[in-house]
Design a protein around this ligand. Sequence first.
Ligand code: ARG
Length: 451
Amino acid sequence: MGMREVQSTYTVSIEYDKRLYKQDIAGSVAHARMLARQEIISAGEAEDIVRGLREISLEIETGKFPWRPSLEDIHMNIERRLFEKIGDTAGRLHTARSRNDQVALDVRMYARECCDDVKGLLRGLRGVLVELASSNARVIMPGYTHLQRAQPVLFAHHMLAYFEMFGRDARRFAQARESADVMPLGSGALAGLPYPVDRRFVADQLGFSRVSANSMDAVSDRDYLLEFQAAAAICMMHLSRMAEELIIWSSEEFGFIRLSDEYTTGSSIMPQKRNPDFAEIARGKTGRVYGNLMAMLTLLKGLPMTYNRDLQEDKEGFLDSVSTLTATLAVFADMLPGMTLDRERMLEAANGGYVLATDIADYLVERGMPFREAHGVVARLSNHAAELGSRFDELPLDVYRGFSELFDEDVLKISVESSVGARDVHGGTAFARVAEAIEAARAELEAEHGG
Ligand code: ARG
């Protein structure tokens, strides 16, 4: 590329900020109406402007708009087109406005919508998790710590753990939305305006609950984007954890699940393979969303007041995070219902690996032994069992009694079912508790829908 070409494209943002066209036009319509109401321009001029903007909107939607990179950004592209449509009256639209407060407005409106979209997608995914939990209510699997089999849990309980994570994510996006919901127009380039504008009117037209309190802050504040990006990074982290579990669960070593054909691909040379590509790509895409957050933090670091052109760099990473996150949420919501569980395999895994050790220790505690001592007894018992190559339920009572006199016939009744059933605390994996949690989750989604 020659130097001339670099120069003419270096500052151009139209390729990505064209995504803001709806917000830019809506902002201009509200601004023009306000200018007429305040008699800063005439009613006829405002009408012409609004009509011209409507035509432009239609042109963009039908792919007929002449995008011109030489005009750099979405604001200049639309303004120039307005001149072509309505003539010199177009020049009145930018009265009492600067691109600095204009771009701040557009991005805030866009971010608000993204928060709403993500909220809807999260709600959908959480609904899928609740249905998975309820349609597999009695499936038992090993719960893990350190990726070692630890204690049996319900598959439903495991799904509802993700329900909680995505619920916290939804709250973070609601917070980001609230931060974005501040109307900056009226700040001008940085100091405010020498015109009798009605900022509240513009805010009402565009559905903002607040107007910005400080013009200098308003043209340089991008905190709401950071909040969105942080929420997106955390949400992708949650999705990557789930992706990782789907990947290992669908491996031959685990064999707990089978993902549907649409979400796996065969290998070009190994016919037996079912690669969990979508889950892997989701896990991988998490990295770029983290990167976008880091880029945004670094972009803002040490930036002097007020607007600096650096801020144009706020958009690409943000828009990329929006696309990545929304696509990933949609993929998961569609992929999860199509997976099938191998219940026998899960149960078998839950029965292996001495996952009932804690329950046997708890049995001794119930009969008066201090927990620490019981822990030692069961550690010796399970070492012994491991040497024999037997599971706990294969050991005869006298072997148990060799380790403690407190063992009785009923120790042989300890099973993964009794273990799960015993975790009967609020937040625990007992059947009844999980059934309650499923109901609570449904009620939460219902309330969110109504409210
Ligand atoms: N494209 C610019 C941005 O995204 C719009 C604002 C430009 N303002 C200016 N004073 N040059 O930030």
